[in-house]
Design a protein around this ligand. Structure first.
Ligand SMILES: [Zn+2]
Length: 228
């Protein structure tokens, strides 16, 4: 498997049969989830800089197919402006069998973007600056608003446009975006590029992909967003 924890079923605490069908659910954030997020992905001192409140966010439970081909239900925080649309997208991804290794709240990684990526975790909301830095005025990642999703981020890394390299050694094989050369068959199915089904699905829903290197010269191949 791609990462050492791929077979660790303890990552998933939600009964895969607790949702009927393949479309997820989005609700106002329950108190016990807020308790997990406070001081981690949701930092009260940054809320005014970001310009959101708890009421702008939704707690989503999302059915997905994991890297072993099993049904799982992940947890994700999204802005209410995109949550229902994202659930439609994840249902389509489920139905085409697009594999996702895990979808855990980034709070399980103490809101560390680096550690979440290192574990190939798919995530969305996190109050942070760009590239995982601390928030300041003028340095607010759109992840802080919950309108971006990073998918299978080890296999779909951020790549420096000048050097062609990423920032995670365990993703070195995937800095080369010619997935036909990759060794792992599941990783090939999880590939994101303009020639992938997942790209087609997100963009048909009006989401933007930052993997093309058009915005900054760098390629953020894991990242889709719907900013407007
Ligand atoms: Zn991102």
């Amino acid at each position: 498997m791609v990462s050492s924890s791929s077979n660790n079923s303890s990552d998933n605490t939600i009964d895969p049969d607790s949702i009927t069908g393949n479309r997820g659910t989005a609700v106002e954030i329950p108190e016990e989830i807020k308790d997990k997020m406070r001081g981690k992905s949701y930092k009260e001192e940054y809320a005014s800089i970001v310009g959101i409140t708890w009421d702008d966010l939704r707690y989503c439970q999302i059915p997905y197919i994991d890297f072993n081909g099993n049904r799982q239900i992940g947890e994700m925080i999204l802005n209410k402006s995109v949550a229902e649309d994202a659930l439609d997208i994840f249902e389509e991804l489920y139905n085409i069998g697009y594999p996702i290794e895990k979808i855990r709240l980034i709070d399980e990684y103490d809101a560390s973007d680096y550690q979440s990526i290192e574990d190939n975790n798919t995530s969305a909301f996190n109050m942070r600056g760009t590239n995982g830095s601390e928030i300041t005025e003028g340095n607010v990642s759109n992840h802080s608003k919950g309108v971006c999703i990073d998918i299978n981020p080890q296999i779909n890394p951020w790549i420096d446009g000048d050097t062609g390299e990423g920032t995670h050694e365990n993703a070195r094989e995937y800095w080369n975006r010619d997935y036909t050369q990759w060794s792992n068959e599941t990783a090939k199915k999880a590939y994101i590029g303009e020639d992938s089904e997942i790209y087609r699905i997100f963009t048909e829903h009006g989401w933007r992909w930052l993997g093309g290197g058009k915005e900054s010269g760098n390629s953020d191949t894991q990242h889709f967003d719907k900013v407007n």
